[in-house]
Design a protein around this ligand. Sequence first.
Ligand code: PRX
Length: 629
Amino acid sequence: MSYAAFYQKSIQAPEAFWDQEAKLIDWHKPYDQVLDHSKPPFAKWYVGGETNLCHNAVDRWLATQADQPALIAISTETNIEKTYSFAELHAEVQRMAAIMLSLGVKQGDRVLIYMPMIAEAAFAMLACARIGAVHSVVFGGFASKSLGTRIDDAKPVLVVSADAGMRGGKAVPYKPLLDEAIALAEHKPAHVLLVNRGLDEMKLVAGRDVDYATARAQHLDAQVPVTWLESNAMSYVLYTSGTTGKPKGVQRDVGGYAVALASSMKHIFCGKPGETYFATSDIGWVVGHSYIVYGPLIAGMATIMYEGTPIRPDAGIWWSIVEKYKVTRMFSAPTAVRVLKKHPLELMRKYDLSSLKALYLAGEPLDETTSSWIATELGVPIVDNYWQTETGWPILSVARGVEQTATRLGSPGVAMYGYDVRIINENTGAECAANEKGVVAIKGPLPPGCMQTVYGDDQRFVNTYWSNFSHEQLYSTFDWGIRDADGYYFILGRTDDVINVAGHRLGTREIEESISSHPQISEVAVVGVEDKLKGQVAVAFAILKNPELAETPEQKRALEAEVMSVVDKQLGAVARPSRVHFVSMLPKTRSGKLLRRSIQAICEGREAGDLTTIEDPSSLQQIQAALTA
Ligand code: PRX
């Protein structure tokens, strides 16, 4: 079947289409209804059906490939490399599940996972899925305030963590940040389960903290049967940034997600049982959920969990892994490729990469230079794919498992099946013509696998995503884009205050709130500025309560470092602005709205745009002056 016909079927007869795709997973009880869209924009897939993500990822493969590799945990930081077969993974997940049950975790309870890229993190996610607990993984790069906010929103009964992670040869403490986060939060989890890697000293809080190794030893023979869950039960909550300072909990289901992953692994990622998949992301991001942990395992593939950087011990490390484990499909981000491009090519060329069939890149715009370079080096197709935490799997790409559709440089591809993608004029709400810029929107219902709602806040889900255009049931991605006459899309940046630093999605408002907590700062604006390596970096412009404090260059530098360390401490180094400039005024409209886009334009050397509503144009000169100082 041509991709065009496949796509049309998914849009014109979604129920028949997704009924067919549902056969890719195991169901304990068949569903009564493929789709319930009676209360739009909420969509319920596979109503009445019962299944389980852990069963489909692990147990399902025991009959045919129990001894085949399932999870390959590689740390170039601690030099630990361990392969777990499906049978071993099954045993470890049951041990973890038994520990959780013994700590009082029940179906529907939230378990927050704040962990480095170690095998136990995957055990914990799969164990939650097994017993019907809802995991909420928080990226290890986030610090105490980010973590505390998420603890208060998710209200976990248990937190699973570790003493430390390791990056670039240095231990990165987790436990002290977690303790601080729990102290900051109003909600107190009953227990904290800790993996002690021996990287950092760890003091256990009596009555609350539990040592994982000790608990595991008590549950070595644990047998924890799968809890069958109604398809629309919650599987996880993953927080993501938006326009406000308060991260949104993206809530996902069980059955729809399992089908979407099985289906995308087949049609987009073309994975086959017995092969090895290597996604270089982190479990703290959506790529880690969909394509490190669940997707590859649901497809019966071995998946690699990698702790380390792309350049240690040298820039050949990832390719040595591809050679050693005969990786067939690899998934990374454009920034990582740009980092590798700066290193000697021999490091890459000395490995046998003949197993590799394609490299998938996502998370940020893929520039043509990077794409062409890596395509030539690897000699395999580079498959850009565009999606969001909210959707859980690609919105735009090419489905090479259906048809070998051509890719187009600079474009993530065409609309993926199930997604009725529209480009909408932001003012009129009408559909844009070919090559006309508008907001990338998706007509509801969203396909299986996409977010069900904002955790604990249905109204916020409706208001945030479904109320941007007056006409139809349209979901806004908050990305600008165009579609060319052949149906290829081009993504042109966010319409909101979200920025993308090295593929990490961050809210400028969160960073502003953190900087404002510094006692000397009275006001601040943070914008995302184009960067050759990271795509974007955060740049801050701050007004001081007492300007005399930053008159000399030395004073400015010292204060800048102080502000940066506030962000490091509260949000994590991942959110640290690359520069903090001090000004006495910020560009605002007469009604007091910050003109972030004008600031961004000046930082990028462009015209400041429409300034008819600006209160005081000299504020822009200050921005310009600060940049050239
Ligand atoms: O702006 C788009 C950008 O990243 C945002 C979503 O980030 P996140 O929720 O972290 O999910 C990442 C899943 C891969 C999008 O709204 N983005 C993501 N992929 C691409 C992209 N921009 C351009 N090209 C892409 N391939």
